[in-house]
Ligand binder design. Structure first.
Ligand SMILES: COc1ccc([C@@H]2N[C@@H](C)[C@@H](O)[C@H]2O)cc1
Length: 449
């Protein structure tokens, strides 16, 4: 391995209680809200082709005109309690909220810039009430922060001249000030979700970013910071020059999900996902495919079955209300979670051969394995292959505990679970309680005749 000063400072997963709690979340919510929510992807009557929260980067939009949106920010219907209640009903265990996106507008009254809610008609802090409302419901808060800041005149995409270097040094202090300010104002925040860290200017700041990360962790022991925050001294991001992940979990899964367990390299990770193809902030027009409740539930199941968390994005409207499509999804997911959340919370990779009917999730620290069924075979028989010398001691339908199954043994530690009915309206969960029968307690179920 290469000697690194600013690469990964830990090999393998964090094992402390804060991270174990993060690992167990299963389901999260992302909230993208800011000035971009007002134009919602439209400018001078024309639709921006990109993501609505990137509108300011459109050549048709002057920065001055965009920044004056601050004087229109007045979400009269904003109610942190109702957002948090929607999230509670949905069954999320953590929420990631944009404090400042790339446009530089701060949803908290930062004292390091005027470009904040304090100077909008709304005047009041948005982040504080949200943290309070979510904490009250036992939903942990992670603060999203974009390093790239299109409003700050000291931001640079790269550092080519002495002037760049002087300006960017000011920008680094501004960034440090804002991050320490957020950790001071919102001490219950469990982590920081960094974005806007790909440009050369920041990638060249390995030493600064490393010391800032250390300073934040010292200030807030247990703080959770992902792999996207900093680069190593050779400019490597997410994974350092020795291939070791930097930060506490992998942040590469944005709008994509790993296919197999080998893809996650034993790291913690979460997948952040949009409802439409690619819109994070509120957008008037949702192009392409809009994901359904069942699609999102299958993504959730797949993430948890591969040792990750699934974080669904909400883009609230400028008036502070949530859009109907998102409220409907929150309700649909919440109904399913109301019955099946036992298969999601504290779930981990079960280490079993993946079958076509769906996904296995193992309950951390137990011998309970959940079968999250999305595709019932025409045979009605769910194939289960366990490690040798593992017997099944009990099988039942999580949503209908009275419904037991007697698996048919069709081979060495291989079983068929014959479903009682052919059609299912919703994804469902079957619970397998396994026993290590290496003490040869004798197979519980008859061999196939
Ligand atoms: C260079 O491509 C992107 C794509 C999306 C992003 C941002 N990350 C997501 C979590 C959203 O905040 C999106 O604006 C940034 C850069």
């Amino acid at each position: 391995p290469i000697a690194l000063q600013h690469g990964a400072h830990r090999i393998g997963r964090r094992t402390d209680a804060d991270m174990e709690k993060w690992r167990a979340y299963g389901l999260g919510q992302f909230i993208h809200w800011g000035l971009y929510s007002i134009p919602a992807g439209e400018w001078n009557g024309k639709q921006y082709s990109g993501a609505a929260e990137w509108l300011k980067s459109w050549k048709e939009v002057s920065a001055t005109a965009y920044d004056s949106l601050m004087y229109q920010f007045n979400p009269t219907k904003f109610n942190a309690e109702s957002w948090a209640e929607t999230a509670k009903q949905m069954g999320v265990k953590y929420v990631t909220i944009t404090t400042k996106h790339h446009d530089g507008f701060c949803l908290w009254p930062s004292k390091y810039t005027n470009f904040t809610v304090a100077n909008s008609p709304y005047k009041k802090d948005i982040i504080g009430p949200l943290v309070k409302a979510y904490d009250k419901r036992g939903i942990d808060v992670i603060l999203y922060f974009s390093i790239m800041d299109w409003h700050n005149p000291d931001w640079r995409y790269d550092i080519k001249t002495r002037e760049d270097s002087i300006a960017f040094d000011r920008f680094k202090q501004f960034t440090r000030n804002q991050l320490l300010e957020l950790l001071t104002l919102y001490p219950t925040a469990k982590g920081l979700w960094f974005d806007g860290t790909w440009d050369k200017s920041w990638v060249k700041q390995a030493a600064f970013a490393d010391s800032l990360e250390k300073e934040m962790r010292a200030m807030r022991p247990g703080l959770i910071i992902g792999s996207r925050f900093r680069a190593d001294e050779y400019g490597k991001r997410h994974f350092d020059s020795n291939g070791n992940m930097m930060g506490d979990y992998e942040q590469g899964w944005e709008r994509k999900i790993p296919e197999k367990i080998a893809d996650v390299h034993g790291n913690d990770w979460d997948c952040v996902m949009t409802v439409p193809e690619n819109q994070w902030g509120y957008s008037k027009v949702w192009k392409g495919h809009i994901k359904t409740t069942d699609e999102l539930l299958e993504m959730l199941a797949k993430c948890v079955s591969l040792d990750g968390n699934f974080v669904l994005n909400f883009g609230p409207k400028p008036d502070g209300t949530l859009r109907t499509e998102e409220l409907d999804l929150a309700k649909g997911i919440g109904e399913w979670m109301g019955i099946n959340s036992e298969a999601i919370y504290n779930g981990e990779y079960a280490g079993l051969v993946k079958q076509d009917w769906g996904y296995y999730v193992k309950k951390t620290g137990t011998n309970k394995i959940y079968m999250l069924v999305f595709n019932v075979p025409v045979s009605g028989a769910l194939n289960v292959v366990l490690p040798s010398r593992t017997a099944i001691s009990k099988v039942y339908d999580l949503g209908n505990p009275g419904q037991n199954y007697a698996p048919e043994e069709i081979g060495t530690s291989a079983y068929f679970i014959h479903l009682k009915q052919q059609t299912f309206k919703r994804p469902f969960v079957i619970v397998l309680e396994t026993a290590d029968n290496s003490k040869n307690s004798g197979a519980q179920y008859q061999k196939a005749k």
